[in-house]
Design a binder for this molecule. Sequence first.
Ligand code: F3S
Length: 394
Amino acid sequence: MELDTYDQALLDGEYGESRQKMMEILLALGKIYDAERFIPVKSVQVSGASFKTIGDAGLEWLSSIDAKAVVPAFLNPIGMPRNGWEELGIPQSFAEKQIQVNEAYMRLGIRPTCTCTPYYFSIVERGDHLAWSESSAVSYANSVLGARTNREGGPSALASALTGKTPEYGLHIVKNRLPQIEFRLDDPEAAKKWTNAEYGALGVVAGAIAGNRIPLFMGLRPNRDMLKSLGAAMAASGAVALYHVNEITPETRFPFFKQHIAEDEREVVTIEVADVLDVFKETEVSAVAIGCPHLSREEVARVAELLAGKKTVMPFYVFVAEEMRASCAEELAVIARSGAKIVPDTCMVVSPLMDHAGTVMTSSGKAFSYLPGMCGVTPRMGTLEECVRVGCGE
Ligand code: F3S
């Protein structure tokens, strides 16, 4: 790989032993993927923040590093809220370990944003090179914002945070961002009435077909929250880090992409609306969990509107970023009055909250895919409206 003087100095240990090791990780990655050089990144998002997922080995590794982030770096959801975890029944033994993980990241200069939606609180522009690692955030950054990031692992993202660099390969290169499989619906008119949840269910179906290919959807007109649901689900049921929706996501409007979309041959798959709706099978529910990925302002407002004046009759969790509190205080107060628990900093999958919680109803295609394996629960998919109806015993 071609190294500039800063890259070489990092590798020579001139910026300390920890950064030297981090650069060695990035160099190894670059060699595996035939990168020609390193490029600077504008921001980093670091996953591997819950003790549930990294365990003692991860904590030990983090504690061995001695350097600070040189670019804005955000932390993914941790395993519990930073405040009030006792009231949620988080075991003391887990909490103590999680606090050590939080402190280790803060010592490294990683901002404790504890969210998978850092794009609500930081400026990301089209064409920005990033090193983000949480799969739904990667999908949103690439697809909806038109930024460029590979799906980093926790260690490689941290390495980028501490050096400011990433190897240039994969989705950092424009020609690797072109669609590889095309999806159409057998009844595109049906999608006009869809909410975020149906887009999540579409993601469950499409991701399983796409695998790690880059999908292009034709004939859909989703808004940003719908795109968020679609991308998050495809990242979970498949390994989709970038997708396009023709005439909606930014890159499909560029002449270079338009030309390739018009001229390139690719597999075309028609998805039946019936298969999407089949994800919404009815079963008895013992808890409701919404906010995967963490809710946007608009989603918080919609949940508040639906829960206003009602009382929940079962555990009902609403996951948001802590930073959302300032801008949605009134709506969150309405939600809290219903008995629903607002849970910041963590998520339904990486916290122990849902572990063995029975059948959990969610409006998220990503949670629907991950809850069984990560939490040992049966998932039920529902729209936000259905989640509120069932959660309030109506
Ligand atoms: Fe976010 Fe956790 Fe879902 S990290 S996307 S809320 S699985």
